[in-house]
Each structure stands twice: as structure tokens, then as C-alpha cells.
Design a protein around this ligand. Structure first.
Ligand SMILES: *[C@@H]1O[C@H](CO)[C@@H](O)[C@H](O)[C@H]1NC(C)=O
Ligand SMILES: *[C@@H]1O[C@H](CO)[C@@H](O)[C@H](O)[C@H]1NC(C)=O
Ligand SMILES: *[C@@H]1O[C@H](CO)[C@@H](O)[C@H](O)[C@H]1NC(C)=O
Ligand SMILES: *[C@@H]1O[C@H](CO)[C@@H](O)[C@H](O)[C@H]1NC(C)=O
Ligand SMILES: *[C@@H]1O[C@H](CO)[C@@H](O)[C@H](O)[C@H]1NC(C)=O
Ligand SMILES: *[C@@H]1O[C@H](CO)[C@@H](O)[C@H](O)[C@H]1NC(C)=O
Ligand SMILES: [Cu+2]
Length: 827
């Protein structure tokens, strides 16, 4: 979503304040959760080879544990003391003695990312690229920039190797592709100012080059992503207006003053549709938190306007278009104040004391007015590795149960995987998050018409570092990998905890059967690669699950704070006081605007080799004769054994030209096959692409469809090209009238039979916020499944140790046995 406050951006010292915040958060967590978990472990083995570790509180029947939750950060939140009655400890395993710890071999075998061709850029590499640009005068500073007329780095990501070269290296022991950074430079010092991208490297060598990826001026300065200097400058411009509007603000919003109680939100994008203008809508938001960077976007105040802010000369910028309770536009704050003073406009008056209730409304702590549910004082189920981890991590390469792939990604587009192989056969070359599109509608001046393309803000560490919460995002035994990001505010690179790797116990069957004389099944386990990211108010968690049978599930999950809008009780458009045309009322002064989250992925299948074919299996229904004739046109008579006069049948259509598909349009299976690779029965080996529950783009003519055309489809198949790396350009959302690299432009009639093809997969959800989004959106998810489709000769997972038993005793198979052990305290 890309939200930020001016405080945040203002703070040159953000990282140190960040780490203080983190530390206090850490302390808070340790105090509140740590004690809950710091208990004696009893591992109880259940029969049937099922093993679940259960924690129990160690205490007598009447003992109580006092949990002190202090949040020093927040003066508004009083420290709380909660008494949790303790569960009685369950009967132990008889002896009551502690078991020995389970073995744990660190799965991380190598930590040098630079050795891996797809590894995300490291801090050292970013520093090296940055210094090279400075030494060659391609940027004007490596200190925190203070003027828009400086040239400085916005983003740095890995520039992935040329695929042809990479394949020679991977498959034929050719030379290893060198590592390059793709560096985005905001060039305020250029005439005219613009944005440029450079490919800088090779990063491992003494002699480097910086190859421009576009011509100067190609990217107009006014279509750049939002950045901190303009936020600081716009805030300065608006401060006199806040002074003029002081009485209005104080009387309307329960005595609120700036900067104590509210902050500016400038990112109600885009700044123009032309890309050559720049006008930034702002509004102000009451903060529920003590630190203004901790934005919640719930209590939007009905005071908003626009700053005209093109170019680099801030003396030419001005504020105009003031709105109060949707009344306006007033050309100046004084005009608005005059109207307010002479009582010619509608006013709002927040209840006295409202501001003091904000912390309790938005801070995500346990509702202490509610009693504990029965048994909620007992620790929930947990899983662990009785024989230690079964995966290995070499730098950024992961190996598990014949799966083998490399972790990649960067701060602009988020997480990615490369070179995904199963049993030494390549299935996917690249599997990457590309962009997230959101569009909001509401009946307010400030919050309506908002369009985000999150890659423009940076999906993984654009503004907000990622961080793995142990025990929440990642089991304590999971492996955490760091990735790096460049922060334009300080012009420095930072490392952050981004990727969690663990093997999950599905606690279900992968397959099962119970017969009269036997029973058999496989307990489902899968490897999870999880990356939670924060984009302003929202948190997205991206996951890929690798299964034993060759399936890959990919999920995009959303949580965090919704971007609310002001609920105007007296809105003349809305007689209904519970909802309006754009959403529900969610609290005294907030409504939840309807919006969508559409996630665009790039999936470059290389089934065995790079040249593949896209095929759609159509589900048909009709008379039998039609079905039979589809195979042999000579058939004239339907045999009598077809009872009904309508039947299902299927039809195969290879797609010969680049094309976009909206999934509900046809009841089809989407496949990628290799025409030259057949299974035992002569069938082309392939994978199915199956979207999970997904919404569709409802807009038909909206200008965003030009720039974010990927949202019109669920799957677009195009011929792979080095110069068509992604499904959006990060500048296009800021120049929607003339997008330069929209996905629609990649659909241009090229032959895709037996070619290196890319599938651009879009899934998403429509979000109508309800009271269950308060204070926090509880995980909403979408995704897609990639499923082997005649890829193997038979189910791939039958090589796994499994459970099978003939009742006559003639056959018994089981999973490996293990010794009962306790989950280690520290992994
Ligand atoms: C910035 O704009 C102001 C007002 O138009 C003008 O006086 C000034 O010369 C401009 N500065 C530059 C560096 O162009
Ligand atoms: C609006 O205010 C600007 C100065 O901020 C002024 O130049 C312009 O003429 C005003 N427009 C109207 C319509 O009053
Ligand atoms: C009230 O103020 C507004 C804005 O300055 C002005 O347009 C309007 O004429 C004023 N009305 C009265 C009754 O004074
Ligand atoms: C990973 O990131 C965290 C948070 O910035 C940092 O404390 C830690 O040192 C990093 N670890 C590595 C191996 O870089
Ligand atoms: C259909 O009939 C034609 C003409 O008799 C024949 O050439 C063709 O091979 C037949 N097709 C099939 C599939 O039997
Ligand atoms: C199929 O059978 C039903 C009744 O059994 C009949 O109503 C319908 O018209 C038939 N349709 C066709 C295409 O023959
Ligand atoms: Cu949402």
C-alpha cells in the first residue's frame, strides 16, 4: 500500500530509532509471550507413529503465573498485569523425568550469498555498486540527500543473469554468470531531472561498468515513485496552513494539535495520470500510537487537500484544493477558515475524550475485558523435528526431498525463486512475485480514487524492513535468511530477516485408503518458504509450499491495518447510517472503503527444457455424437450404452499465439507441456496452473487498466524475452495515460508453440472491510497451485516411507521410527 508519514521520512536516524523500537518490541514480546512459553516440556508420543510435542505449564493445581505486559513505548497504553490461571500439569509419561533434547544439525551449510547466481544482493554488493556510481558521478551524494536537486539511489536489486548464459552454466558446466546490481537513480541534478536505471557490475570484480538501461529523460521526473524529500517539503508547505486552520482542527477533532496527535498522509496516489504533472493529495490522520511511524490509517480526519509539487524547485510548489468534511474545494486554507468561521459550512465535532480512546481502538493487544476461553491458558499444539531438519540450505540454495531451488528477490518486486528442480529435472526457471495492485472507492475527498501498484513503493523493504517474528511467522526451529535493501533516506544498505524456511507437518493424509484386508496412507509433509513483508499499513505474506508429490502451492496472504476512510454521520448522500455505496461503517468515525488486492506473479516454466507449449483443456458438455466426432468425424451413430443424451467430454487446444485468459470465462484447465517429453504412455509431460479462490478485475474502462493491465486476466502467456522481465513498469502507475511496459503490450501476436514461454498469473481478492477487520485484518488469502499433469509415470510420492498394513500380517510398512525427545530450547 505504500503509506508513510512525514515523521518517518524526516528521521535521518531512522535505523537507530528503528532498532531501539525493535528492541523495545522485542522486550515487549519477551515479557508477554516469553514467559508463557518458558515452561517445562513434556513430549508425549501418541500411537500410530504420530508424534506431537505438547507443552504444559509446570505448576501445581492452584498455581498462577503473573504475566506483566509493559509497553514502555506507549505512554497511552498503561502497563497491564494479567493473571492467567495455570493449567494443571497433565500426568507425565509415568516417570515424570525430562526427556533428552532432539538432535539438531544446523541445516545452513554455507552463508556466502555471493557464490549463488540468483542470490539477492548483499549489503556489501549494494555498497560497492553505490560507491562506483558516486566515483563515476552518476549520483551526486552518498550522504542522506537534503535537496531534490541531488541525484541519489532509490532502489537496488539483483539484475538476474541472462537466461541463455545461466542455462549454459547450470546445464553444461559453462562459466558462471557474473553478478550485477540494477540500481534506480533519482536524478534531480540532471537537466531535465529524471529517473535512470543502471546495470552495475560485475560486482565481484575490480573493474566494473554502469550500463544505462534507458535514455536520459525516458522516465519523467514527475512519474517517479514517492520519496522522502518531497514529503518533507510538502509538510513544510502545509505547516502555515495548519496554523491558519488551528481552531478548526482543535474544535473539530477533540483538541488535536500537530504534531502531537496527527500526521500527514501524502500517498493517496497516483500523483497524476499523465506522468508529466505532479499533484499530491494529502489528508491528516489521528494517531493511535505514540510513535508516528507506527501508522494505522484507521482514524482518517475529514481534512484534506492537494499540493502541487512538480519538478525539483520547491519554491514553485503550493497547497490548494482544501476540503473539510468533503466540502470544498477551497483555494486556500484561509478561504476554508473563513467559511468555517462564518458558519456557512457543515461541521463535525468529535466527542470529547475521543483521542484518549484511540490506543485501545487500534493497538492489537488482547482484549482484557474478555475472560479467557476454556483451556486457553494451555499451550496449543506444536510440531518439531524428532531427528533434526530434513532440508539443507547452501547460501540461498535449498534442498529437500529431491526438491532443489534457489531463493532470490529484491526490494522492488519482492520474493522470487529460481531454477526449481525435482529429481534433477527442471520444472520452473523463475517463480516470482511481480506487483500488487489496489484500487479504493469511497465517498470522501481524500480516500477515493486511490490506486497503488506496490512494486512502485517497493514490496520487500521499500519503506519498511521485513522482519520474521519467531513463533508467529516461523516456527522456532525454522531457518531465517536475510535479504538486503537500500534505504534512499540514508543512502545506505541494510540487512533484514526476510525468508523463513521450514518443513511443515500437514497433520493430514496426502493419500489414504482403508480396504477390507489392508489400510495404507502417507502423512503429508511439505517444505514452506515464507516471506512476510510490510507495505505501510498492510502486511503481505508470500509462501511457496513444495509437496512430496510434485505440487507447488503459492499463497499471497494479507493482514495488517485497513486503509479506512472518515465516516461522515451526516453525509447528505447517505441516508443509511450503517453503510454507504462503498462499504460498511466500522466504528464511530471510520468506514471501510471497498478495494481489491490483485497479485501478479511471473512463472517461467521450463518443463525439462525451456521450450514448452501452453494448452487449455476445455470442459465441454453436449450430445454424445459431438463428443465422439471430436475424435473421429466419421462416426454417425451413438452406441446404445450412452444412456443420457448429454455428456461431458474434453477438448484439447494448444494456444499458438500470445494471449490473456480470464479464468471464469472458460471452465478450462491451463497446462504447460513439453511436446518432446512424453511419459510412459506417450502423453506429453506437463504441469497444470490452477488458481485458488480468486477475484477478478471488475473495472471495465478505468484508466488504471492501461498501466495495470495484468489485473484484467488470471493468466497471460507470452514468449519469454530478456527485455520483458516483469508484468509492470514501476513508473506506469504514475503515467497511466501512456504506460510504456504494460503487460498488454507483451501480448502482440507472437507464436508460442514450442517456445520459451512465461505465464503471468494474477490472483487476488475483493475486500469489503467489515468489523472483523478491526483492529486488524485477519488473514485473507489467495494463490495458485502448480500440479504435475502426466509429468510422472505414476504418483511421485510412492518412493517415500509410508504406512501400509495387511491385516493378515503379511505386510507392514511404516515411517522411520524415532526416539522420543524434547524440542530443543534454542535452535
Ligand atoms: C525556483 O522558483 C522560484 C520561483 O519561481 C524562482 O524564483 C527561482 O529562480 C527558481 N529556482 C531555480 C533554481 O530555478
Ligand atoms: C488560488 O490561489 C493561488 C495562490 O495560492 C492563486 O494564484 C490563484 O489565483 C487562486 N485561484 C483562485 C481561483 O482563486
Ligand atoms: C463565508 O466565507 C466564504 C469563504 O470565504 C465566502 O465565500 C462566503 O461568502 C462567506 N459567507 C458569508 C455569509 O459571509
Ligand atoms: C539479519 O538481519 C538482522 C536485522 O537487521 C541483523 O540483526 C542480523 O545481523 C542479520 N544477519 C545477518 C547474517 O546478516
Ligand atoms: C474417415 O473417413 C475417410 C473417408 O472414408 C477416411 O479417409 C478417414 O481415414 C476416416 N477417418 C478416420 C479417423 O477414421
Ligand atoms: C435430452 O433429453 C431430454 C429428456 O430426457 C429432452 O427434454 C431434451 O430435449 C433432450 N435433448 C436433446 C438435445 O435431445
Ligand atoms: Cu484489503
Amino acid at each position: 500500500m505504500g503509506q508513510d508519514s512525514e515523521h518517518d521520512m524526516d528521521d535521518d536516524n531512522r535505523k537507530s530509532s528503528q532498532s531501539t523500537t525493535d528492541q523495545s518490541k522485542q522486550t515487549f514480546r519477551n515479557v508477554c509471550y516469553g514467559q508463557l512459553f518458558a515452561v517445562i516440556v513434556f513430549a508425549i508420543g501418541l500411537t500410530g507413529g504420530i508424534f506431537i510435542g505438547i507443552y504444559a505449564y509446570h505448576g501445581g493445581p492452584d498455581s498462577e503465573k503473573t504475566i506483566v505486559c509493559t509497553n514502555n513505548q506507549n505512554a497511552k497504553g498503561d502497563g497491564q498485569t494479567t493473571k492467567v490461571p495455570l493449567a494443571t500439569s497433565p500426568s507425565t509419561n509415568g516417570q515424570g523425568e525430562a526427556k533428552k533434547e532432539c538432535p539438531f544439525d544446523n541445516p545452513v551449510k554455507d552463508t556466502i550469498y555471493e557464490d549463488y547466481v540468483y542470490a539477492p544482493l548483499t549489503v556489501a554488493e549494494m555498497n560497492k555498486a553505490a560507491k562506483f556510481l558516486l566515483d563515476n558521478s552518476l549520483i551526486s551524494t552518498l550522504d542522506a540527500p537534503t535537496e531534490l536537486t541531488q541525484s541519489f539511489i532509490l532502489y537496488q536489486v539483483l539484475s538476474p543473469p541472462n537466461k541463455a548464459e545461466a542455462l549454459v552454466y547450470l546445464d553444461k558446466y559453462g562459466s558462471k554468470p557474473k553478478r550485477y546490481a540494477q540500481v534506480t537513480v533519482q536524478r534531480g541534478a540532471a537537466t531535465p531531472p529524471d529517473v535512470m536505471e543502471y546495470k552495475v557490475g560485475p560486482l565481484g570484480e575490480a573493474t566494473m561498468t554502469a550500463i544505462p538501461q534507458m535514455k536520459p529523460g525516458d522516465i519523467h521526473f514527475n512519474s517517479r515513485p514517492y520519496e522522502s524529500l518531497e514529503v518533507v517539503a510538502m509538510t513544510k508547505i502545509l505547516l502555515p496552513d495548519l496554523e491558519i486552520l488551528k481552531t478548526l482542527i482543535s474544535e473539530s477533532f477533540d483538541g488535536a494539535t500537530y504534531p502531537r496527535d496527527f500526521y500527514f498522509n501524502f500517498f493517496n496516489g497516483p500523483p497524476s495520470t499523465s506522468g508529466t504533472e505532479r499533484k499530491t493529495r494529502w489528508n491528516v490522520i489521528l494517531s493511535g500510537f505514540d510513535k508516528m511511524e507506527d501508522i494505522d490509517l484507521i482514524h482518517m480526519l475529514p481534512l484534506s487537500g492537494t499540493v502541487y509539487n512538480p519538478g525539483t524547485n520547491t519554491s514553485e510548489w503550493y497547497a490548494y484544493d482544501f476540503h473539510y468534511l468533503n466540502q470544498g474545494p477551497y483555494n486556500t486554507s484561509q478561504d476554508l477558515m473563513d467559511a468555517y468561521n462564518n458558519d456557512t459550512i457543515r461541521k463535525v465535532k468529535f466527542p470529547k475524550g475521543f483521542r484518549n480512546t484511540l490506543y485501545d481502538r487500534v493497538f492489537p493487544k488482547r482484549d482484557s475485558t474478555q475472560p479467557y476461553r476454556k483451556n486457553a491458558d494451555k499451550s496449543g499444539p506444536r510440531t518439531y523435528y524428532p531427528d533434526g531438519p530434513r532440508y539443507e540450505v547452501y547460501g540461498t540454495q535449498v534442498k529437500w526431498m529431491d526438491w532443489n531451488f534457489e531463493i532470490s528477490g529484491g526490494q522492488i518486486r519482492g520474493p522470487a525463486l529460481f531454477n526449481i528442480k525435482f529429481r534433477d529435472e527442471r520444472i520452473i526457471y523463475e517463480h516470482a512475485v511481480n506487483d500488487i495492485s489496489l484500487n479504493y472507492a469511497t465517498d470522501t475527498h481524500a480516500q477515493n480514487n486511490i490506486i497503488y501498484a506496490d512494486a512502485t513503493y517497493g514490496i520487500m523493504g521499500g519503506d519498511y524492513p521485513t522482519k520474521i517474528m519467531s513463533g508467529i511467522d516461523c516456527p522456532e526451529h525454522g531457518t531465517v535468511l536475510n535479504t538486503s535493501y537500500w534505504w534512499h533516506v540514508t543512502q545506505k544498505a541494510y540487512s533484514m530477516e526476510s525468508v523463513c524456511i521450514f518443513e511443515a507437518d500437514g497433520q493430514e493424509s496426502s493419500w489414504r485408503h482403508v480396504a477390507y484386508s489392508f489400510e495404507a496412507g502417507l502423512r503429508n509433509r511439505h517444505l514452506v518458504i515464507r516471506t512476510p513483508v510490510v507495505i505501510g499499513n498492510y502486511d503481505y505474506t508470500f509462501e511457496s509450499h513444495f509437496h512430496l508429490d510434485g505440487k507447488i502451492f503459492t499463497y499471497a496472504k494479507a493482514s495488517g491495518y485497513i486503509q479506512a476512510a472518515f465516516w461522515d454521520e451526516s453525509n447528505p448522500h447517505s441516508p443509511d447510517k450503517t453503510r454507504d455505496a462503498f462499504g460498511y461503517r466500522l466504528s464511530d468515525l471510520a468506514t471501510g472503503p471497498v478495494h481489491d488486492h490483485m497479485f501478479g506473479f511471473k512463472v517461467d516454466f521450463d518443463i525439462i527444457d525451456k521450450d514448452n507449449t501452453f494448452e487449455i483443456i476445455d470442459w465441454k458438455a453436449g450430445p454424445q455424437i459431438e463428443a465422439l466426432k471430436s475424435q473421429n468425424p466419421n462416426i454417425t451413430k451413438v452406441p446404445d450404452y450412452f444412456i443420457y443424451n448429454e455428456t461431458r467430454y474434453i477438448q484439447w487446444n494448444k494456444v499458438d499465439k500470445e494471449r490473456g485468459i480470464k479464468s471464469p470465462d472458460n471452465q478450462g484447465f491451463m497446462l504447460v507441456v513439453n511436446e518432446r517429453e512424453k511419459n510412459k504412455w506417450g502423453v506429453e509431460r506437463g504441469y497444470q496452473i490452477a488458481p485458488l479462490a480468486t477475484g477478478s478485475q471488475a473495472l471495465k474502462t478505468h484508466p488504471l487498466l492501461n498501466a495495470l493491465s495484468f489485473t484484467k486476466y488470471h493468466c497471460v502467456v507470452t514468449k519469454r524475452k530478456e527485455e520483458e522481465q516483469t508484468l509492470t513498469s514501476i513508473y506506469d502507475v504514475n503515467r497511466m495515460d501512456q504506460p510504456k511496459s504494460s503487460l498488454d503490450k507483451q501480448i502482440n501476436g507472437e507464436n508460442i508453440l514450442n517456445e520459451d514461454i512465461v505465464n503471468w498469473i494474477t490472483v487476488g481478492f475483493l475486500h469489503i472491510p467489515t468489523t472483523e477487520d478491526m483492529p486488524m485484518t485477519v488473514r485473507v488469502e489467495t494463490g495458485f497451485m502448480l500440479r504435475p499433469f502426466n509429468f510422472f509415470d505414476r504418483t511421485a510420492s510412492f518412493d517415500m516411507p509410508q504406512y501400509a498394513e495387511k491385516y493378515d500380517g503379511s505386510l507392514k510398512e511404516s515411517e522411520p521410527s524415532f526416539e522420543q525427545c524434547a524440542e530443543p530450547d534454542n535452535y
